[in-house]
Design a protein around this ligand. Sequence first.
Ligand code: PHE
Length: 468
Amino acid sequence: MSYSTSATTTGAQEGATAKRGLWSSRLAFILAATGSAVGLGNIWKFPYITGENGGGAFVLVYLVCIAAVGIPIMMAEVLIGRRGGRSPVNSLRLIAERDKLHPAWKLVGVIGVLAAFLILSFYSVIGGWAVSYVGTAASGQLAGQTAESIGAIFSNLLSDPGTLLLWHTVFMALVMVVVARGVRAGLERAVSILMPGLFLLLLAVVAYAMTTGHFGQAVSFLFQPDFSKLTTSGVLVALGHAFFTLSLGMAIMMAYGSYLPKGISIAKTSITVSIMDTGVALLAGLAIFPIVFANGMEPGAGPGLIFQTLPLAFGQMPMGSLFGTLFFVLLIFAAWTSGISLLEPLVEWLEEQKGMNRTISTLVAGLACWGLGIASILSLNLWSDVAPLGMFAMFEGKTIFDLLDFLTANILLPLGGLLVAVFTGWFMSKQALKNELSLSDSSFKLWYNTLRYLTPVAVLVVFIYNLS
Ligand code: PHE
C-alpha cells in the first residue's frame, strides 16, 4: 500500500494513517514533531547537563551543534521520510533501490529503532518520577520545605524500587495505550493545548525566578561562556544532547516526515521545530538556575536538579501546590508525547516485518521496554554499585542507567545522524534533494555543503576524541 502525501486528506489516507497510528492533519506534523522534540530532554536534562558542564561555554557549543548539525540532519531525515513515503527502514530501502545504492543503507533505520527502544526504557523511569511528583505536589507536601527536606523526598523516591516500578509502569501504560489505539485526534488536541500550557507555566516560573534576586547570576551562568570550564567530554555531551533533544538519529523524524504533505517547506518546519525546542530548553534554564543560586544549591547536582529546585520554588510561592501540580502534569504530557514517538518505530517494525497486529506489537514492544526499564530502576538503588562495562575506562563507574543514557545519546544517536548525513549528502540523487526542498540556490548550497562537510566532520571529530 502506498501512503499518499497529498495536501488533501482523503478517506483512504485517513484510514491508513489511523491504522498506523499517525497524525491526521497537515498542521499536525509540526505539533507531532515538536511534541516528540520537547520533552524531558529540555526541561530535565538540559538544565542539569548545563550545570554539570559549567554553564555558558557549554550552552554555546550546544547552540552551535543545534544549528550546524541538528537542523541540517533534521531536514535530511524529514526529506528521506517524505521521499520514501514509508516507515523509516522501508523508506531508506526504497530510496536506495531507486538511486541504485547498497541495500544495507536500511540498517540506518535499524540503528534508529534500537536506539529508540533503549532510550524509552529509562525515559519511562524518569517519566515515572514526574508522575510521582504530581501526587507529592497536589497533596501539599512541598509547602514550606527546606532544600534538605526536598532533597530527601527525591532521594527517598530513588531508593525505593517498588515505588519507582509503580510509576514506571504507569508511565509505560500511558504510552502503550496511545500507541496501541493509534495516535488519535484526542492526543493531538491535548498536545495543542498542553504544549502552549507548558510554555506559559514555564514563563510563570521564569517570572518567579526573576524575583529571587539571582536572575542575573543565572543569565551570566547560562550565557557568559567561560571556556576554561569546557571539557572534551562536555563537547561530546552537547553534541549528543543536540541529537537527543531534537529526536534525531533514530528515524523518528523520518517516520513523521513520511506524512508531510508535498507543498510544505521542509526547511521552515525543521527550523520552527528546532527553535521551539531550543526556546523551551533555555527557558527551563532561566526558570531553574536562579532558584538554584538563591537557595545555595549546587548547579552540578545532576539528574535530580529539576526534582529538587522547582519543588522548592513551588513550596514557597503563592498557590505553589496548584502550580506545582500543573507543572508536573504538563511535564508528563511533554514526556508522554516523546515516549509515544519512541515506541512507535519498534511497533511499526514489528507490524511490518513480523505481521503482528497493532495491539500485539504494542504489547510486545512495550513490555520488553518496561522489562528493560527495571534494570534502570535497580541501578538507582540496589544495583547502584554495578557497572557492567566498568572494565573499560570510558564506562568506569557507570551504572546501567548511566550506561544506557551514554550509549544512546553519545554513541548511537550521533552514529545514526552521521550515517543520515552521509547518505543524504553523498549518496542520494542531488536532483531529488533539490525537488524535495525547493529552496533558493544559495539556501540549498548552504544546507548541502553543511551536510556534506561540516556535519560529518563535526560528528567524527567528537567521536574520535571520545574513543582516544
Ligand atoms: N526529544 C525528546 C526530549 O528531549 C526525547 C526523545 C529522544 C524523544 C528521541 C524521541 C526520540 O525529551
